[in-house]
Design a protein around this ligand. Structure first.
Ligand code: BES
Ligand code: ZN
Ligand code: ZN
Length: 475
């Protein structure tokens, strides 16, 4: 369960994190001379987070003497440190006292604490099962109730995304993820339509059906829609998320074996699209937006596709399969082609698409590319810095088109080793007819080791970024 963030008073003897912008702000607190001397010593030593055990409670002094994106990220990370102290001491509540008078700073600290409080496991006993941070009280002259509610909804949505990514395929197959979207839509007020295998066949989704051939579970294709009456856009925005609920590689089975261990994360794009739809609907953003999720596992079952097979895709293009582990682009292509029917204003797809993206920039950012305007990319990049879900734009030159030409079909599903995330993007581009951004989240979607407030395992990357981006578009 996520902690509830509420607006209220930081009472005496409660665990409190005080945000100050200068040492003089400390005079507003009733500290004794010993405590003041201790804090001053730490401030002189350039410490920006000072922890004081006041026996009845903990006091955290957070010095935030700057503004800007780096400072916000540093505050989220301080939130992670504070959470760890609270957890270590089995303390379930904390108050934040804003003496800096800065909405963004205090919200960033609250966000860092709340996102750190996430946990996921199937343990039946022990602290990982028992401990929960239940409440974060925010005392601030400048923060509104609405801003607190919005943050609760965002954190909730990130948790939804993380839960989905962390759930293994034995508990989340293509049907399960579709059912999840239906249930989430009922909670948050967006509509859903699930296309079953028969419908998927009727629509000639050759990529999704091809990848599904090695599986005993049927594929699903889910359409989520949020269309409030006050929507600012006339043509919808569309999100598309890769929903490979497990990627074995198929007949081109992944090697070495360790490379399979995290492949439950291969529906990270779908999870982020679901989380983003939830965040937008919970916060009732006045935009019309549609989320598409093609889902299947990729397995080397008896009738699995093999190299050399030719698939005919939703838009009629033929694809030569040269590696069954390049399955993401096959299922995404059908969904991206289907998106044309909405005549969208903009389409953003999210996919754990290539190891190449990870090789290029690691887990620290998302690889982006596409055909949207420079201004749209610039806005997304700016939102990336603001949320620290950074996007780096890769080249999308026509030269790369050469690399996915096939001798016997329109295109092949394998590019060169070099620039592999770009050739994967180029493959998807063949199915678009609208302004489009492709986000390859293979790096940041899943952390093998704990990454501050992003945690270990599913990070929920994409939700905070896209919420911020679409909030901007809804103004
Ligand atoms: N799901 C993988 C990409 C991936 C790698 C996601 C690491 C998360 C972490 C994708 O389906 C894949 O296997 N891509 C291949 C494509 C190649 C065969 C052209 C890759 O990147 O190696
Ligand atoms: Zn693969
Ligand atoms: Zn994959």
């Amino acid at each position: 369960m996520q902690p509830t963030i509420i607006k209220g008073q930081a009472t005496a003897n409660s665990n409190t994190a005080v945000i100050i912008s200068k040492a003089e702000d400390l005079s507003q607190l009733s500290l004794n001379s010993n405590e003041l001397a201790y804090i001053q010593g730490k401030l002189d030593a350039d410490k920006k987070l000072i922890t004081l055990n006041q026996l009845s409670n903990f006091l955290f002094i957070v010095l935030s003497d700057k503004d800007g994106n780096d400072e916000l990220e540093s505050l989220r990370k301080k939130g992670n440190s504070i959470f760890k102290t609270l957890k270590g001491e089995d303390l379930n509540t904390v108050s934040l006292l804003d003496l800096k008078g800065c909405t963004q700073s205090t919200l960033a600290l609250a966000e860092g604490i709340a996102l750190s409080a996430y946990s996921f496991n199937y343990k039946t006993e022990g602290k990982e099962k028992e401990f929960a941070l239940t409440e974060i009280t925010v005392q601030s002259e400048v923060i509104t109730e609405d801003q607190i509610t919005e943050l609760n909804h965002i954190v909730d949505s990130v948790y939804i995304t993380r839960d989905l990514v962390n759930t293994p395929v034995d508990r989340l197959n293509a049907t399960d993820i579709a059912d999840f979207m239906v249930a989430q839509g009922q909670k948050d007020g967006f509509t859903t339509e699930v296309l079953n295998k028969t419908k998927i066949e009727a629509l000639k989704f050759g990529g999704l059906l091809g990848v599904n051939k090695g599986s005993i579970d049927p594929p699903t294709f889910t359409i989520m829609e949020w269309k409030p009456e006050n929507a600012k856009n006339t043509k919808p925005y569309v999100l598309v998320g890769k929903g490979v609920v497990f990627d074995t590689g198929g007949i081109n089975l992944k090697t070495p074996p360790g490379s399979l261990d995290t492949m439950k994360c291969d529906m990270g794009g779908a999870a982020s699209v679901i989380g983003t739809m939830a965040a937008i609907a919970k916060n009732k953003l006045p935009i019309h937006i549609i989320g598409l999720v093609p889902a299947t596992d990729n397995r080397p079952g008896e009738n699995a596709i093999v190299p050399g097979d030719i698939l005919t895709m939703h838009n009629g293009l033929t694809v030569e399969v040269l590696n069954t582990d390049a399955e993401g682009r096959l299922i995404m292509a059908d969904a991206i082609s289907y998106a044309n029917k909405y005549e969208p204003e903009l389409v953003i797809d999210l996919a754990t698409l290539t190891g190449s993206a990870v090789m290029a920039i690691g887990e620290y950012g998302t690889v982006g590319m596409g055909t949207a305007s420079d201004a749209t990319f610039a806005q997304l990049e700016a939102d990336g810095y603001a949320t620290h879900e950074r996007v780096v734009r890769f080249p999308f030159w026509s030269d790369y088109d050469e690399l996915i030409k096939s001798d016997i079909a329109d295109i092949k599903n394998l590019g060169s080793r070099e620039g592999g995330s770009i050739t994967a993007g180029k493959f998807l581009a063949k199915f678009t007819n609208y302004p489009w951004i492709h986000l390859d989240i293979a790096g940041p979607s899943f952390h093998l080791k704990e990454s501050s407030y992003r945690g270990k395992g599913g990070s929920g990357v994409g939700v905070r970024l896209l919420y911020q981006f679409f909030k901007g578009l809804s103004k």
